[in-house]
Design a protein around this ligand. Structure first.
Ligand SMILES: [Zn+2]
Ligand SMILES: [Zn+2]
Length: 111
């Protein structure tokens, strides 16, 4: 008498294919209004802050001109943005480039 033990290897687990990529927010803040943003270019180890940073909008690093998204954002208090002494770097701000003018002068989005 022979005992036959057959072990059939069943391959489980199909490779999951995701045809679409989940949209990840590029910035911590996801709103319509501009806010204070802190940026860090890991390439140049350069950090800066901007009184006008927008949701899902990058600013360029002054040194390497890489597109940097803010790692931290904070909502502006009323009138805080225009009270800052440092001029807004229009040529480095992605929002300004999209708008074609200084984003500080952009009217609030109305629905
Ligand atoms: Zn850089
Ligand atoms: Zn701007």
């Amino acid at each position: 008498m022979s005992k036959k033990t057959s072990t059939k290897g069943t391959l489980k687990g199909k490779p999951k294919l995701t045809s679409f990529q989940e949209k990840k927010p590029l910035t911590p803040y996801q709103g319509k209004d501009p806010c204070f943003g802190w940026f860090l270019c890991t390439k140049c180890n350069k950090s800066w802050s901007s009184a006008y940073s927008w949701a899902n909008t990058h600013q360029q690093c002054k040194s390497c001109l890489g597109n940097i998204y803010p790692y931290m954002q904070k909502k502006l208090e009323k009138g805080q943005g225009k009270a800052t002494k440092t001029p807004h770097p229009m040529d480095l701000c992605g929002k300004c480039k999209t708008l074609g003018f200084n984003c500080q002068n952009s009217p609030k989005n109305r629905t």
